[in-house]
Design a protein around this ligand. Structure first.
Ligand SMILES: *Cc1c(COP(=O)(O)O)cnc(C)c1O
Length: 477
């Protein structure tokens, strides 16, 4: 060995590993136990010592690492990792505003506060304050729903899939529901109209063809077995070309002429005319009811901009029948959902300020100029963070509304386009970058597309911009 070589690292043998018992009595470990509890500390200490044992057996364990302090530090890291919430905030720069995998609608402050308020104290969830008797949780939002949609009554369940299930099970179990073939949609994952029908015990009677269904198709399908006529909003696809569908108005008139109810699954179910903000028009819940639908079902966390929930609104009598179904009890929502939903519905009473106060609508209507200016502020930090080999530029992009709402409709937006200097076949470099963004303390989700990684700034509200920039700067140093 030459004199110039550095001091060799001293290696530990298995015999030099401290016993778990001895470690737990060391002050560094008693501090950990005070914070995380005995059981978790023992668990993670065992796991870590086992890891060191394997290294020692391979002859690669530095002696220094078996000292109590570094050991405690390593165990603390494991504990931090273990106790971190698995449900963590991220930055959604994917360009899809209502992203089902990212939790759909963001709740406005009013709703966040309302939820916090009812979490800590008893509330009148099912308690009629006037009579001092048992109440009905749906009554909490019924007056609001009546005012905003013209419906007579409402019932709220876990999500719109549950709403459709409950509705069909109540009104069509063992009997037929007539639906146009062109409306037998699959809404991502496991929600398919035919499957839900089946689970609900309802018999599906498809009518018409994929692209065209006429009123006489419904008419011919009517029989003793018919329980219901149903329309389903083709949320996530559009049929173009030689098409024909029958309006809810016509379907409802036909149903009523035969003493049957007509229902519509509106999917997103917006409560207001989105056209007033230059957004594409969606049928509103009020319109569907006014056109004759006896019941309308829709999600709480799509265009409505509220918590995950499914609402069924419409005829008092049919809603009462639905509420008597034992499945309603299995699918009902809790006080947190109702608190958030009520607060969101309250915002709709003041349409003038809705685009400022309702988070989803605020995101849909962000001015292009503001997004352009924001992209310009973000660009230098992002370029610096990406490092050599990448180029960041600003380009117009189109955001999606998402969650099956308005599939064709896209909102002009501003994107940061990250490409590689080499251009060409750069898939690996882009994947690496995408992974680095996902590995940040608050992960950033972008979109790989057309030889580049795109970050659509629409959903980075100014309120969160500083945190976004700070984490890029920190990751850098
Ligand atoms: C989204 C959607 C559903 C499912 O709603 P969830 O709230 O996600 O359960 C059902 N029907 C239609 C038409 C939809 O667009």
């Amino acid at each position: 060995m030459s004199a110039s070589s550095s001091t060799p690292t001293l290696l530990a043998t298995v015999q030099e590993l401290p016993s778990i018992d001895r470690l737990l009595h060391h002050e560094a470990f008693t501090a950990l136990q005070a914070r995380y509890g005995h059981r978790q500390v023992v668990q993670q200490t065992r796991a870590h010592v086992q890891h060191l044992r394997e290294q020692a057996l391979q002859g690669v364990l530095p002696l220094q690492q078996v000292q109590p302090e570094p050991l405690a530090q390593a165990v603390q890291q494991r504990l931090q990792q273990q106790t971190r919430s698995r449900l963590q905030p991220i930055f959604n720069l994917s360009g899809t505003v209502l992203h089902t995998n990212l939790g759909r609608a963001l709740l406005p402050d009013d709703a966040v506060q309302a939820v916090a308020r009812v979490m800590r104290q008893p509330v009148n969830l099912e308690f009629n304050m006037d009579a001092g008797t048992r109440g009905d949780r749906d009554d909490l939002i019924e007056p609001l729903i009546r005012e905003l949609t013209g419906a007579e009554a409402v019932t709220v369940v876990n999500n719109n899939a549950a709403a459709v299930l409950l509705l069909l099970n109540t009104l069509s179990q063992g009997r037929e529901t007539i639906v146009s073939r062109g409306e037998l949609v699959e809404i991502g994952g496991a929600f398919r109209i035919p499957d839900i029908m089946h689970s609900a015990g309802a018999q599906l009677h498809e009518v018409g063809t994929t692209n065209r269904t006429h009123l006489h198709d419904y008419e011919r399908a009517l029989s003793e077995q018919t329980a219901l006529l149903m329309k389903v909003h083709c949320s996530n696809y559009a049929i173009q070309g030689f098409t024909k569908s029958v309006s809810i108005q016509q379907v409802a008139a036909l149903a009523h002429a035969h003493g049957l109810p007509a229902v519509e699954d509106l999917g997103s179910g917006t409560l207001v005319d989105l056209g007033q903000w230059g957004l594409p028009n969606e049928p509103t819940v009020r319109q569907s009811l006014a056109a004759g639908a006896d019941l309308v079902s829709f999600s709480g966390d799509k265009l409505l901009g509220g918590p995950q929930a499914g609402l069924i609104v419409g005829s008092h009598e049919l809603i009462a029948q639905i509420k008597r179904n034992p499945l309603k009890r299995a699918l009902r929502v809790g006080k947190l959902t109702l608190a958030a939903l009520e607060a969101v519905l309250q915002l709709y009473r003041q349409p003038e300020t809705l685009h400022e106060r309702l988070t989803t609508l605020r995101l849909f209507t962000r001015p292009l100029q503001a997004m352009q200016a924001q992209a310009e502020r973000l660009l230098p930090a992002l370029q610096h963070w990406c490092g050599e080999g990448y180029t960041v530029g600003i380009q117009p992009v189109r955001s999606q509304i998402g969650s099956g709402a308005l599939p064709d409709e896209v909102l002009p937006s501003v994107g940061l386009r990250i490409g590689t200097l080499s251009g060409g076949r750069n898939g690996r470099a882009l994947l690496q970058l995408e992974q680095r963004l996902r590995a940040l303390p608050q992960p950033v989700i972008g979109r790989l597309h057309d030889n580049a990684l795109w970050l659509d700034v629409r959903c980075l509200e100014p309120e969160f911009e500083a945190a976004f920039l700070a984490q890029l700067a920190e990751a850098q140093s």
